[in-house]
Design a protein around this ligand. Sequence first.
Ligand SMILES: NC(=O)c1ccc[n+]([C@@H]2O[C@H](COP(=O)([O-])OP(=O)(O)OC[C@H]3O[C@@H](n4cnc5c(N)ncnc54)[C@H](O)[C@@H]3O)[C@@H](O)[C@H]2O)c1
Length: 387
Amino acid sequence: MVIEPKFRNNIFINSHPTGCAAEVRRQIEYVRSKGRIQGPRKALVVGSSTGYGLASRIVAAFGCGAETIGIAFEKEGSDKRPGTAGWYNTLAFQKEAVAAGLQAFDINADAYATEVKERAVETLKRTPAKVDLLVYSLASPVRTDPATGILHKSVLKPIGGAYSARSVDVMSGEVKDFSVEPATAQEIADTVKVMGAEDWKLWIAALLGAGLLAEGAVAIAYSYIGPAMTHAIYREGTIGRAKEDLERGAREIGGLLSSVGGRAYVSVNKAVVTRSSAVIPVVPLYISLLFKVMKAKGVHEDCIAQIERLFADRLYTGDVPTDAEGRIRIDDLELRPDVQNDVAELWTRVDTANFERLADAEGYRRDFLAVHGFGIPGVDYAADVDP
Ligand SMILES: NC(=O)c1ccc[n+]([C@@H]2O[C@H](COP(=O)([O-])OP(=O)(O)OC[C@H]3O[C@@H](n4cnc5c(N)ncnc54)[C@H](O)[C@@H]3O)[C@@H](O)[C@H]2O)c1
């Protein structure tokens, strides 16, 4: 079939297999061009198929030569419709890893489930090396608690009062005001259940219990802080509560890992275009303005550039530099005062009429299409593809 992009309200409902494969190869080439990093030998990546998790797996494998085990939850293609981008990314990663002589195993199932952790343990035992890096990069709207069977749903809402701001439908360029009611106590607790540290700790316990962690193993999860203009909906909202829990969790996990001389970190990453960031109110508008400013200053980075720098300049440098709270900061360029002052100035002026000019609308759209395998240079989109 010939596959054309289909999207609604900043959500894509299809993806392109050839384009996804080309985008995975671009990221691999980027990592190769940066040279070798003395990093992990065997990495488990939970949330490995798209965004920051995929980038982490690519850097571990193609930047460090590591064996990788990926856990993701993606939909396979059928005769009638394409699968999700993460499904094709994983197939493409496998193919490139095999070609490069790198071991790569995958489990496509719910990472929150106990039996999936057990399957991961069995898979990890298939090769003799122990895991020296666990990347936890899940972004999910729901989680079934394995202890109770209860399905928890995360929400993106402010806490304490309603929040009104501007947002953009990036594909149409329409900037409009919106308002979100504050979260209930239950919604806050549910979001922490889904996106907080509880499941990360269960992963660490499963690996430690099976004796699969190497001496000096590193566990890392990803967080976001961002500027004041997004705080009400992000850092001080429900998702921010979950991120605080994740950051507290890193300290607890660090304690657990001391038995193998290991360490746990949260890395605060930059805002980038992924399936998950596209659905957070305000964030696509903020990101489009941020990209305009960061590109003008020559400091823009995408997922793969962020993670390559995280490994090369932070995680595997000897002494890992952290902030006062023990977090790795790779959002340093995003939060530079000159960058944020320029974004804040544009923020006061942006509307539908000037969005294309003030913001990097084109760059955002290009990234958003690329995340789903569309608009990739060199791909023949008129060609028939088998989904
Ligand atoms: N995108 C950003 O701007 C940004 C910035 C800073 C930090 N982060 C953080 O990075 C992490 C990853 O986010 P992303 O933007 O790369 O998201 P993403 O949507 O691109 O990736 C999410 C991954 O989680 C997997 N996943 C979701 N539910 C699953 C389940 N039940 N079982 C197994 N796998 C599952 C998906 O398959 C995918 O591999 C999150 O913690 C996010 O908060 C993102």
